[in-house]
Design a protein around this ligand. Structure first.
Ligand SMILES: [Fe+2]
Length: 410
């Protein structure tokens, strides 16, 4: 398409239009071409309930899940590989990660330059990532369908390069991430390290055989008894995220930030609330602004966009509630890119940065329990009663002194 001729303004007229219609991005055009249903919303109870359609590119059936606040940032999809079948051979120049929701099978991974195929087995709640630009094939040899949730950085890369041959037919072998002796490449690691910047738990592993039940170390940053790990997988630098768990009957302090994070439930069940920080403030119910609060119930395979805004200037508070008799395990599946760069985005080298646990008044964005809207606790207690579960928050966290207790045991 040729662009229309430019007409230069005269006098003090402004060039162009002050308001204009936003065009589709290269990612949005690509997504449409795929011919799959696209679910849009703040979340859903269970992604397996979404209708799936034939997917030419990967094989099997799938639906895209483009939650509010993730568009042009991360791509997510729920993918079914029917029984006794395999995906196509796949490769792409972007990072990608999977959670197995159902089924058992194997994945084969190999380089562009050939060599032996590496492979590993997976089962329900395995988590694995495939190295950028490596070839892979997902095989379901069992008699029931396999359902996987995938997430990737396709939007960012497709928007950046706008070249299908660069993204999907690139011969480069990323030896830094998938090179050397590959014999133990898929051997799960169990040794927790300290994250080099934040000092929180990190596990460098390319495969979690069972991320629903694996040990998670105590973290306490978001709630008393909160458990947490940052998975460093296949050398990914953009696809961050974390696996976290709330003890049954507990919830976190609300905190706010921009869009991007999507939490997928892997264990238990619960609900999340989210509201725009500027418009809703610290106590939206008390201030008569509770119509701004969005709610999402979800269980295993379900999810919520923590800050579901498309406005890059907005931040949203969010808060998660373990509303069953079991702990509530969540995977921040889309992550945020600040981890990938070692926490070096924004400001200047050496600047002090407030971590996620830091509260309002301490340079952070978390609302201490004693300052939160009274409705939050009251509603949670009522919901737990309905579920036949117990409220398990230690009373001392609702005092000013309790807000400063950094380490609490289960
Ligand atoms: Fe958050």
């Amino acid at each position: 398409m040729t662009a229309p001729k430019y007409v230069e303004p005269s006098g003090d007229q402004k060039a162009g239009y002050l308001h204009y219609r936003r065009p589709a991005s290269p990612w949005e055009i690509f997504q449409k071409e795929e011919g799959l249903p696209v679910f849009k919303g703040i979340g859903m109870k269970d992604s397996r309930d979404l209708p799936r359609a034939q997917w030419q590119r990967y094989g099997g059936l799938a639906t895209y899940i483009q939650l509010f606040g993730t568009n042009n940032d991360t791509g997510m999809y729920c993918w079914e590989i029917p029984s006794r079948s395999a995906s196509k051979d796949i490769k792409h120049f972007y990072e990608e990660r999977f959670i197995v929701l159902e089924g058992r099978g194997t994945t084969e991974v190999w380089k562009n330059s050939g060599g032996t195929k590496t492979s590993f087995e997976w089962q329900p709640w395995s988590v694995f990532s495939v190295p950028i630009n490596a070839n892979f094939r997902v095989v379901n040899a069992s008699s029931s369908p396999a359902i996987l949730l995938g997430v990737n950085m396709a939007p960012l890369m497709i928007n950046m390069f706008q070249s299908k041959s660069y993204i999907f037919a690139n011969p480069y072998d990323f030896e830094e991430r998938f090179g050397g002796n590959l014999e133990d490449y898929w051997k799960p690691a169990e040794e927790y390290e300290a994250h080099p910047v934040q000092g929180r738990a990190q596990l460098t592993t390319n495969l979690f055989p069972d991320a629903q039940n694996c040990y998670l170390p105590l973290d306490n940053n978001r709630a008393p008894g909160y458990r947490w790990v940052y998975p460093q997988m296949v050398g990914n630098t953009m696809l961050g995220g974390f696996i976290a768990e709330y003890p049954a009957g507990r919830y976190n302090k609300a905190h706010h930030h921009g869009s991007g994070a999507v939490l997928v439930c892997m264990r238990g069940a619960g609900y999340s609330i989210t509201w725009p920080a500027d418009k809703g403030g610290l106590t939206p119910w008390k201030d008569g602004k509770d119509d701004l609060v969005l709610w999402q119930d979800y269980g295993k395979g379900g999810m919520i966009s923590a800050a579901p805004t498309g406005n890059p200037r907005e931040t949203w508070f969010h808060q998660h509630f373990a509303c069953s008799k079991e702990p509530f395990r969540l995977f921040n599946f889309t992550g945020g890119s600040s981890f990938g760069t070692g926490g070096s985005r924004g400001g200047s080298e050496g600047d002090m940065v407030a971590g996620v646990g830091a509260e309002v008044g301490d340079g952070g964005s978390a609302i201490p329990y004693h300052l939160e809207d009274l409705f939050v606790r009251k509603h949670f207690e009522e919901r737990l009663k309905k579920e036949g579960a117990e409220f398990q928050m230690p009373e001392e966290v609702y005092t000013e002194a309790g807000a400063n207790i950094k380490v609490m045991s289960d």
